[in-house]
Design a protein around this ligand. Structure first.
Ligand code: ZN
Ligand code: ZN
Length: 216
């Protein structure tokens, strides 16, 4: 069985958790959500001694996707994700970069992801869940073998993704979390887009946004 490893590299003024994810058996890796600060990301790649075979995007926001176009050229790899419903966000990244004051480029992924697709990293197999709400095209990647997930900005330790940005939908977000993420099992550990890691069980029991009938 492949062993999953991850290094978190906080990037951009939003302190977004860019994640270098790799399969320990093959030393093949993916860069998940390279929002910016590409020098730091490349340093982490060098230190871990892995070979990056792809870039994965969980959704189209600038802090996650702003550096993806440049990193794709630098590493000569393909970009997988998010769901095509975030195309409008990815198309506008250059303007967003100007508005927020850091460099970003528009990007079109090489592969859009849909519910039920799989993404591989070395021998790791990640199942794709389409989880709209924070953005229409947000995806979550789950390794059922390794009991591990990358949830982007859908769910955080003690909180959930904001829904006041274009395309956000608070009811859809809670449905995505309750109908998809909570069903994965309490023992799933996840890395989220901002802040510390958590587990599905901890959030199911203590996250204030997921108690009662869960309307926010
Ligand atoms: Zn976001
Ligand atoms: Zn974010």
């Amino acid at each position: 069985m492949p062993d999953v490893r991850a290094a978190i590299i906080p990037v951009t003024p939003f302190q977004q958790n860019c994640t270098l994810l790799w399969c320990e058996k093959t030393k093949k890796a993916a860069v998940v959500d390279p929002g910016g600060d590409l020098d730091q990301i490349k340093q982490a790649i060098k230190q871990s001694g892995v070979t990056v075979e792809k870039i994965i995007l969980t959704h189209g926001h600038i802090d996650h996707a702003g550096g993806a176009a440049e990193l794709r050229e630098d590493l000569d790899v393909q970009i997988e994700g998010p769901h095509e419903a975030d195309r409008f966000l990815l198309d506008r990244l250059a303007e967003q970069g100007q508005a927020y004051g850091f460099p970003a480029r528009a990007v079109t992924p090489d592969r859009w992801l849909n519910e039920g697709d799989t993404v591989t990293v070395g021998d790791l197999v990640l199942d794709v869940l389409h989880c709209p709400g924070h953005s229409p095209g947000s995806v979550v990647l789950v390794s059922k073998d390794q009991r591990f997930a990358l949830v982007g900005d859908v769910l955080f330790q003690g909180s959930v993704g904001r829904t006041d940005l274009p395309g956000g939908d608070s009811k859809a977000l809670i449905r995505s979390i309750k109908d998809k993420l909570l069903l994965l099992g309490d023992d799933i550990t996840f890395i989220c887009g901002h802040g510390p890691m958590s587990t599905i069980g901890q959030e199911r029991q203590t996250n204030p946004f997921l108690q009662g009938d869960g309307m926010i």
